[in-house]
Design a protein around this ligand. Structure first.
Ligand code: ADP
Ligand code: MG
Ligand code: MG
Length: 889
């Protein structure tokens, strides 16, 4: 399709179809052309053609070439130039563009159509030999790299050697003859490397090869990696846009730039971007020269700047969203090269959504839809503690907000390796290329020495909510040696750094960070989300502090309070061990009596923090040996005591050592006795309570006594006791009886009663299948989707790490089922359990308390399955609220 007869679409639906067919870039260019904006003429090869090419073993589908030729005639007519004509050559850019924007992931070739004859013609025609041969050497290098697959650094070296022979050392200092020489050497590079295949001089051949290369780039490693992380389908393909070149490198009244209609970091309503005079677009995007802020264009090219501002406003209005616009100025004439919906930080997404509602551009529901739940992550991220003493290593551009601490690494491979071991790293690069994508994903934060706010690193980091400082040009990086220097400091790989993406500072050492304060826009948007959602959102919290934090984030209760977390800490652990190791129930009860006041105090704090909201308390769940010392360590200790005994010199010492050794050996025997070959499926959950009812009694007593104390102070307490790991209804019946008996005791001791619920966790397939019988004893269900995933797949979460990623990489599983709910399998059990449970007890409350409660895709599923609430960690609560609203809209 030529830009001027490509489908554009009127309705949002038609526009979506046009985008799917032409790719975002092609569709945007066609729409701008239709709106009468200045766009260099061009054509777009459809995504369908790309898919056909892929399907048919890399051959052009029939008619592709003839139709391209035909549309090319249109470009020739519109420009008055001819492709391959030495007198008046038409040069082309060949650009990729899928329906979903993947910045920098696929390839672009500029200045296509040059050979010795057309380059000479271009020189004669423009009267600018230097310009013509600069374009030519760029073309050879880009074609060599992108189409022929040569290492781009080798072309750089050819150029660098030539630059070294000039006085100024910049590429603008090269004479036409030197540029001619660079071209010749670059071509020889191709010839040598391709085993004697000459550089294609025929423009048509160049075009054919370039289109095929763009098709192929859809399947390159970095594009695949990007799609995996951003969950973009592999089978939508890319469009190929072939467009007449305009030249930003024709002198100092020419230039090129990228601008956002609003600030993509903060959302402020102000034109934001960068430009370079006398440069081609790649110079800005690739970050090889650090560009100037767009406001400077008002001085350099005042009229063009005004025109651009006006057009930017029109584009934003037409798309009713912030646009990211690429433009080039050729000898004072403005040309638009791309417009797309701007990627933005979480903070900007929220602010823009709220502002656009206030400006009357979109409604509230649309505003809620516009903010991806995951984008809130960045908003909830820490910033550098303003009180902290900091030593600044270097300052750069604040390219992506958030603060992070980690150890310095200088290559993406090192970042990946360290992250795989669970280490926090800061990736430091001269500039990033799309090959660094995996490293960017692995790193806590990214720092680059070159490139601006729209450089690759900056765009990718913002999209992922990773803090980024870009263009820190005082950095001297020696990646090979793994070291850098700046401002008199030297940092070597492994040193700690802190990145403050909000201010653009890189700090030495581990600097404390503080939690974010959420602004008015955030609360406004979340209020709209709450109006829209049906699903309740609770938090998983085990302490009064976490509970308070969760409440601040909008949690409507606690969906999971894990009581075993209260058993850690020296004093408590000693009592817990005593309880576990007790010989008879008498001794056990004595130990439990020591635990009772501690647990009661914990519940007291939580109930007060959650005044007026329900709190689900789960009875003890993990296998008991988790509270005991490690078997190996203990064995070592026993052996050491034995050695010490041999060397004992006094009787008293011997006595003491014998005692210690007896105790240690008794402990060792106990630990051995409790050892299980598969603890995940062993004596844990309600099975503990069944064997040792005293534990359940103590926990229930702690809950009810705390509840009674709070109620006496006027606190509205709503306890819900949850029995874990039930597979048989009778297990729950047993534990329910224990809990209710304790409640009766406590309430009669204290006088008065408190409403409470008894329910269970559904985390075993058998429980889901027999949910009807279980519901007869349960007033609520909470799906423990972590265990339910383990037991449904028969896959141990602790061991799956080794192979699950291979499953996802090979597409055996579309996602890690521990992160995103497996809807067909585990989800089916959730549906079934809910339906059978509700059939038996219509008033049954049903929630979810696994990790999945904070995962947007899973939340959408739980909404559809008709659950009452999800429960997730406090920091995921806003994410879950927004995801629940998206699901309902
Ligand atoms: P990406 O998708 O990576 O942004 P583009 O296809 O937009 O790649 O091309 C990269 C850059 O090349 C653009 O930002 C623009 O500056 C330059 N460019 C592309 N087409 C043309 C053209 N027709 N004339 C001048 N410059 C162009
Ligand atoms: Mg672009
Ligand atoms: Mg569990």
């Amino acid at each position: 399709y030529s830009f001027d007869d490509a489908p554009v679409g009127d309705t949002p639906e038609e526009k979506g179809e046009a985008k799917a067919l032409l790719g975002g870039k092609g569709a945007g260019l066609a729409a701008m052309t239709a709106a009468g904006l200045p766009v260099p003429p061009g054509l777009t090869v459809t995504t369908e053609a790309c898919l056909a090419y892929r399907r048919h073993g890399s051959v052009f589908p029939e008619g592709l070439w003839s139709q391209t030729r035909e549309a090319l005639h249109g470009i020739e007519e519109a420009t008055g130039k001819r492709f391959g004509d030495p007198e008046n050559p038409l040069l082309l850019s060949v650009r990729s563009g899928a329906a979903v924007s993947m910045p920098g992931m696929m390839d672009t070739v500029l200045n296509l159509g040059l050979n010795d004859e057309t380059a000479a013609g271009l020189a004669a025609q423009t009267g600018d030999e230097r310009f013509a041969f600069d374009a030519y050497r760029r073309f050879v290098a880009m074609f060599g790299e992108v189409v022929m697959g040569l290492d781009g650094a080798r072309f750089e070296r050819v150029l660098d050697r030539a630059k070294a022979q000039t006085k100024g050392g910049r590429d603008t200092d090269l004479s036409p003859d030197q540029l001619r020489d660079v071209v010749a050497r670059s071509k020889r590079l191709v010839f040598g490397d391709q085993h004697g295949t000459p550089f294609p001089d025929d423009p048509e051949e160049q075009l054919r090869q370039a289109i095929a290369a763009v098709f192929r780039s859809w399947d390159n490693d970095r594009a695949r990696a990007y799609r995996r992380v951003h969950r973009i389908a592999d089978d939508i393909g890319t469009g190929v846009t072939v467009q007449a070149m305009v030249f930003g490198n024709m002198g100092w009244d020419s230039g090129t730039g990228v601008a956002f209609t609003r600030d993509p970091s903060t959302g402020e309503n102000e034109l934001y971007g960068e430009y370079l005079l006398n440069a081609q677009g790649e110079d800005v995007v690739a970050g090889t020269r650090t560009p100037k802020p767009i406001a400077g264009m008002a001085d350099d090219l005042p009229e063009t700047y005004e025109e651009f501002r006006e057009i930017a406003g029109r584009l934003e209005a037409a798309y009713s969203d912030v646009q990211d616009v690429e433009f080039t100025v050729e000898r004072g004439t403005l040309w638009l090269l791309q417009t797309r919906t701007a990627k933005r930080s979480g903070a900007a997404a929220v602010r823009v959504a709220v502002d656009l509602v206030n400006e009357g551009v979109i409604d509230r529901a649309e505003a809620v839809r516009r903010v991806a739940p995951g984008a809130l992550d960045a908003l909830l991220h820490p910033t550098v503690d303003p009180e902290a003493e900091v030593e600044v290593l270097v300052e750069g551009l604040p390219a992506s907000p958030g603060a992070a601490t980690g150890r310095a690494v200088f290559t993406s491979d090192a970042a990946e390796a360290a992250a795989a071991e669970g280490g926090a790293v800061i990736l430091i690069r001269q500039e990033t290329s799309p090959d660094d994508f995996d490293g960017l994903v692995a790193a806590q934060a990214v720092v680059t020495a070159r490139g601006g706010m729209t450089s690759h690193a900056a765009v990718v980091a913002r999209g992922m909510g990773t803090p980024c400082v870009a263009g820190a040009d005082a950095l001297r990086i020696d990646a090979a040696q793994g070291r850098l220097t700046a401002g008199g400091h030297t940092v070597v790989a492994g040193d700690w750094l802190t990145v403050d993406g909000a201010t653009g500072r890189v700090l030495l050492g581990q600097v404390p960070t503080v939690e974010p304060t959420l602004g008015d826009d955030f609360h406004t948007l979340m209020g709209w989300a709450d109006d829209a959602r049906r699903l309740g959102v609770r938090a998983n919290a085990d302490t009064a502090e976490d509970a308070a934090q969760a409440r601040e984030f909008g949690a409507e209760g606690i969906g999971l309070c894990r009581t075993e977390h209260m058993f850690f800490g020296d004093e408590r652990l000693a009592a817990v061990r005593e309880m576990i190791l007790a010989d008879g129930s008498g001794a056990r009860e004595a130990a439990l009596r020591r635990l009772l006041p501690l647990q009661r105090a914990d519940f007291d704090g939580i109930f007060r923090a959650m005044d007026g909201l329900p709190v689900t308390v789960r009875l003890l769940d993990p296998p008991l040996h988790e509270f005991l010392p490690d078997l190996l360590e203990l064995t070592g200790e026993v052996a050491e005591l034995k050695m010490a005994l041999k060397g004992a010199e006094t009787l008293a010492e011997m006595d003491r050592l014998l005692d210690a050794s007896d105790t240690a050996r008794a402990l060792l025997r106990q630990v051995e006795r409790l050892q299980e070959s598969n603890p995940m499926l062993g004596l844990r959950g309600c099975r503990l309570g069944l064997l040792y009812p005293e534990i359940t009694q103590m926990q229930a007593r702690a809950v009810f006594e705390a509840a009674a104390d709070c109620a006496a102070d006027g606190v509205d307490v709503q306890p819900e006791i949850m029995v874990p790991l039930v597979s048989v209804a009778a297990e729950l019946a047993d534990q329910e009886a224990v809990v209710r008996a304790v409640a009766d005791d406590v309430f009669s001791e204290r006088g008065g009663a408190i409403d409470f619920l008894v329910g269970t966790m559904l985390e075993l397939p058998r429980a889901c299948l027999t949910a009807g019988e279980i519901a007869e004893h349960a007033e609520f269900f909470s799906f423990g989707t972590n265990d339910l995933t383990q037991t449904t797949f028969g896959l141990s979460r602790d061991d799956a790490g080794r192979f699950l990623s291979a499953y996802v990489d090979r597409g055996v599983l579309s996602d890690d089922p521990f992160q995103t709910l497996d809807q067909e399998g585990v989800g089916e059990l959730v549906r079934l359990g809910t339906d059978r449970g509700r059939a038996a007890r219509p008033a049954l409350k049903v929630g979810v308390c696994g990790e999945h409660g904070g995962d947007p895709a899973s939340v959408a599923f739980f909404h559809r399955a008709g659950l009452d609430y999800v429960s997730c960690s406090p920091y995921r609560v806003p994410v879950a609220r927004l995801a629940a609203a998206h699901a309902a809209l």
